[in-house]
Design a binder for this molecule. Structure first.
Ligand code: GAL
Length: 734
């Protein structure tokens, strides 16, 4: 039988390149995902993660081989891994963003202890994409994704690609393209069948017949099964229904005990098409509003466990109201993509790179990355476009024709794009994916035209910037999204970017952060995030957020005029102190195409003196009050708050959650110019990851809590001068 076992626990780590005979005392125990170094959230240099480290794992075979082959599967190691098993060294794997595997069968000790070593070079090697020139993001280091052990029989599947055809016809077709291998030196026979069920109701349950296969020695064969489905439930953004597929391989079809392998996964039935006048999901025109996402986090680099990865997808869909994300600029964690499939968040996924194209060997790695990315992710309904160019590189027709062809061969069901920053570029792909930094939307030359970046470095904005800048930042996003929604020859716009991120010295604000996010590096919203959130249909979530600190002297010249509010209410009522200002409508004149334009209220008529009172806003939908926000005119610290995103963690040594802390006014609004020091104490079996004490930036920040291998209650207590302490408790479950 095929068995896949997690292999993330019990690793030993040494932050140096040590030989196999170095004693265990040089190592510390770690669990994957693992970063080769923990950092402060800013003010550090990439050279600090650029070293060779050594990972070791001593292990006994968890199951006997029984004639099976044993593979070790790495989901991602940054950036070049040399793997040795019991003295046998495999060829170095180059590239940090795609999975790789080794057949370790021949080197295993069946009865004794085995030693697996990974010498991991995390330096920014010019021979490996994205490096070779400068890059505006950090790759960090470490075995930062999970590892599995995989036992397979001599006859096994090597690839299962599930596609759908004629989705909008009466009877769509589900196509299973399966590749089988026979590693044996004799011809082997087997039978296989495929099946799929609807995961929610199990009302749909399709089985193929059993097919007998004869596979010559040491060879691979492909087999296709097509099954037509009546009345399938389509995968949509609001109801992303997933079907479970199963592929079973038996020695003898009639003997259910003779299973060779049984695999399952999920897929969705949907049709996604970029046309000249728009993106169509299941035949329905769907304007795309999105943001780019880097996979990096404060403190832990790229080594985020499943929970944090999944949460980013939730933030982008539910907190930021986007319907598409671009995995800039590389394939991202399967956990992030799993969640995109589950919640209905579209994905534009692309190969690693940044402006630079290297030599032939470098290009071969880029092509390898493309193949690995598509093979890993082509069953995902969320993915609607493959990025087959190096982000913002110059044209290289030979290379890019090849990449485009490769993508189409591997996945005839999806269109391709390739991100560039100049319109004169040759359109070799299906969709012209364009980074538009004109501060508006340029008239397209090629269609379909998808804007894949805008804003970013054109207007870096920190959470504690003066409110005029934060408002301008938000309105720039609003302006561009409004403009694109009004253009029939633009299919969507994906802004730069969702979250602030760490970067190299050539970029960023001097503290090695690019403050380009609509949310900060901790994923805490700036005003621009409220703009995105406010585009959510109010039936899903009512949003009402004033873009102001509500003070009389923060803006140039003083006052609060115009007052900007992001909301999906159709009307809002504003009261200052005891004075009712009236009801206001969104600014449809300036933003005619946005579903929910910002409210911009002029003529507040406030003077210094007695007129300045608390701000009260009530949001109305169809005349009914549905939301409200108040902001204290006193502006004084009222409380320190501490909130965890989760109540429980798995005590698996890897699970993490975010702890957000803020100093707030009496209504709970963060006070952005409060830079007090907050100190944390922890009691119980978990570890705090982050700076402690933390000098607040913009009145807020976050730490992370990491589980150990121990169950129990964990309590974190935060203190700061002149305010009561804040505490939060979580349960660690085995
Ligand atoms: C683009 C680039 C992004 C990011 C952005 C900042 O040119 O593709 O990675 O650097 O600029 O605005």
């Amino acid at each position: 039988m095929r068995t896949v076992l997690p292999f993330n626990d019990g690793w030993l780590y040494c932050p140096e390149d040590v030989p196999d005979d170095a004693g265990r005392e040089n190592f510390e125990p770690v669990t994957l995902p693992h970063t080769n170094k923990i950092f402060p959230h800013h003010n550090f240099d990439n050279r600090e993660y650029e070293f060779v480290s050594t990972y070791r794992k001593y292990f006994k075979l968890p199951e006997p081989l029984n004639g099976r082959h044993l593979y070790i599967d790495f989901e991602g190691a940054m950036i070049a891994a040399t793997v040795t098993i019991n003295g046998h060294t495999f060829e170095e794997h180059r590239g940090g963003f795609v999975p790789f595997s080794y057949d370790i069968t021949a080197y295993m000790r069946e009865d004794g202890e085995n030693l697996l070593t990974v010498h991991l070079d995390s330096s920014e090697r010019k021979d490996i994409p994205p490096y070779g020139y400068v890059v505006d993001y950090l790759t960090f280091g470490g075995l930062y994704r999970e590892v599995q052990l995989r036992y397979v029989e001599p006859v096994h599947t090597t690839d299962i690609f599930i596609a759908t055809k004629n989705v909008l016809a009466e009877s769509p077709i589900v196509v299973f393209d399966v590749q089988f291998a026979n590693d044996d030196s004799q011809t082997r026979t087997c039978s296989f069948s495929s099946r799929f069920v609807d995961t929610d109701t199990s009302l749909v349950d399709y089985h193929s017949d059993w097919t007998d296969l004869t596979i010559p020695p040491k060879s691979r064969v492909n087999h296709r099964i097509e099954m037509s489905v009546s009345d399938p439930i389509l995968w949509t953004l609001d109801a992303p229904v997933l079907y479970q597929w199963e592929v079973e391989l038996r020695h003898d079809a009639s003997d259910s005990q003779s299973i060779i392998e049984s695999q399952c996964g999920v897929f969705g039935i949907r049709e996604a098409e970029f046309r000249k006048d728009g993106f169509y999901l299941n035949g329905e025109k769907t304007p795309l509003i999105g943001l780019n996402r880097h996979q990096t986090y404060p403190y832990i680099g790229a080594a985020a466990p499943a929970r944090l990865q999944r949460r980013d997808a939730d933030i982008i869909k539910y907190e930021l109201g986007c319907n598409i994300v671009r995995t800039s600029h590389y394939p991202q964690s399967r956990h992030f993509l799993d969640r995109c499939d589950e919640i209905g968040l579209l994905v534009f996924e692309e190969i690693p790179g940044w402006q630079h194209i290297g030599d032939a060997a470098w290009q071969a790695l880029a092509a390898r990355d493309l193949v690995a990315m598509i093979k890993r992710d082509r069953n995902r309904p969320s993915i609607v476009l493959w990025g087959v160019r190096i982000n913002e590189s110059l044209d290289d027709d030979g290379f890019y024709e090849e990449m485009n062809t490769l993508a189409h061969e591997l996945d005839p069901t999806r269109q391709t794009g390739g991100v560039r920053y100049f319109q004169e570029s040759r359109m070799l792909e299906d969709v012209f994916t364009f980074n538009d930094f004109s501060n508006t939307i340029v008239e397209p030359i090629h269609t379909p035209h998808l804007v894949t970046e805008f804003n970013g470095h054109m207007f870096p904005t920190k959470s504690w910037d003066q409110e005029e800048r934060l408002i301008e930042h938000a309105l720039r996003h609003a302006h561009i999204q409004d403009k694109q929604l009004g253009m029939d020859n633009v299919v969507g716009a994906i802004g730069w970017c969702a979250f602030d991120y760490n970067t190299h010295k050539e970029f960023g604000s001097g503290d090695r952060i690019c403050y380009h996010g609509v949310s900060d590096i901790f994923r805490i919203p700036k005003y621009a995030a409220y703009f995105y959130a406010s585009q959510t249909p109010p039936e899903q979530r009512v949003v009402l957020q004033a873009a102001t600190v509500w003070s009389m002297g923060d803006r140039s010249g003083g006052g609060n005029d115009p007052l900007v509010i992001f909301s999906n209410c159709d009307e809002i009522e504003v009261t200052i102190g005891e004075t009712l200002l009236g009801r206001f409508q969104p600014n449809r004149e300036t933003y005619p195409h946005l579903p929910h334009p910002p409210f911009q209220i002029r003529g507040l008529g406030m003077r210094w003196g007695e007129d300045f009172g608390d701000l009260h806003i009530v949001g109305y939908l169809n005349g009914e009050a549905v939301a409200q926000q108040s902001i204290d005119a006193e502006g004084l610290p009222h409380a320190l708050t501490l909130e965890a995103d989760d109540n429980e963690l798995f005590a698996d040594g890897a699970d993490m959650t975010r702890l957000v802390f803020k100093i707030v006014d009496k209504y709970g609004n963060r006070l952005p110019y409060t830079n007090q020091v907050v100190t944390f104490e922890i009691d119980g079996p978990a570890d705090l990851i982050g700076e402690n004490p933390f000098a607040l930036m913009g009145g807020q920040a976050a730490l992370y809590l990491k589980a150990r291998h121990e169950a129990g209650i964990v309590t974190i207590r935060a203190t700061t001068p002149r305010l009561p302490a804040a505490t939060v408790s979580l349960t660690m479950r085995l």
